[in-house]
Design a protein. Structure first.
Length: 216
């Protein structure tokens, strides 16, 4: 069957008040294991009071006292995971992807025929920019050759890379180091705790690494 049969222009997202926020939290034992993947130095450095105040006033406030930099890193990981889990129900191939955007362009070009083919008076036709139809046609051709991974995989890659970058920045700022293996183990365990399907470190290390370190 032609793919166009199953495509339709993207529709609006649900109102923000209808979006259910994720309330995922790491358990204490999970926090301890995550701490073991981080440089030990982070567990001895106190977290700045301004960070604690900001975290307490955020939508996803910590449920336990943040005492060390390691606590702050794990809390931020929790925040990032919750943002991912909150947005996950909105991620669907039926929304914004090349095929569906092309469908939207085709619908618009069809509606513009009355203006581009001289079916209305000149004054009315001038409302539509002269090169609009050609620009839409060119964009449709660009999208036809665009190949993107599935939306859920792109979202998972963004989640992994966001956590990796935050961890790396904090570790570097505090004069510590962390191996790529421990970064992978940290992210693998965090996602496992949250029930997020991903390539497991034990079985698919290279696939996980491709998500976390795409440039490598």
């Amino acid at each position: 069957m032609p793919r166009t049969k199953y495509t339709k222009p993207p529709g609006p997202l649900p109102p923000i008040e209808h979006i259910q926020r994720s309330k995922f939290r790491f358990r204490n034992d999970q926090r301890r294991k995550l701490t073991n993947f981080l440089p030990s130095k982070l567990s001895s450095l106190p977290v700045p009071s301004e960070y604690v105040d900001e975290a307490l006033n955020a939508p996803h406030a910590p449920t336990r006292t943040l005492k060390t930099i390691a606590d702050a890193v794990i809390h931020q990981t929790e925040v990032t995971i919750n943002l991912h889990l909150t947005g996950r129900p909105l991620i669907a191939e039926g929304r914004i992807n090349p095929a569906n955007v092309r469908a939207a362009i085709r619908r618009l070009r069809k509606a513009l025929e009355q203006f581009t083919r001289g079916w209305v008076d000149d004054e009315t036709a001038e409302i539509v920019p002269e090169n609009l139809d050609a620009a839409l046609a060119a964009r449709e051709q660009e999208l036809a050759s665009l190949r993107l991974p599935p939306a859920r995989r792109r979202a998972l890659a963004l989640l992994c890379q966001t956590i990796r970058i935050y961890v790396a920045n904090v570790v570097s700022a505090k004069g510590a180091t962390i191996s790529a293996q421990n970064v992978l183990k940290y992210i693998d365990f965090a996602l496992t705790c949250a029930g997020i399907d991903h390539p497991a470190f034990a079985k698919h290390r290279h696939r996980l690494a491709a998500l976390v370190f795409p440039e490598g």
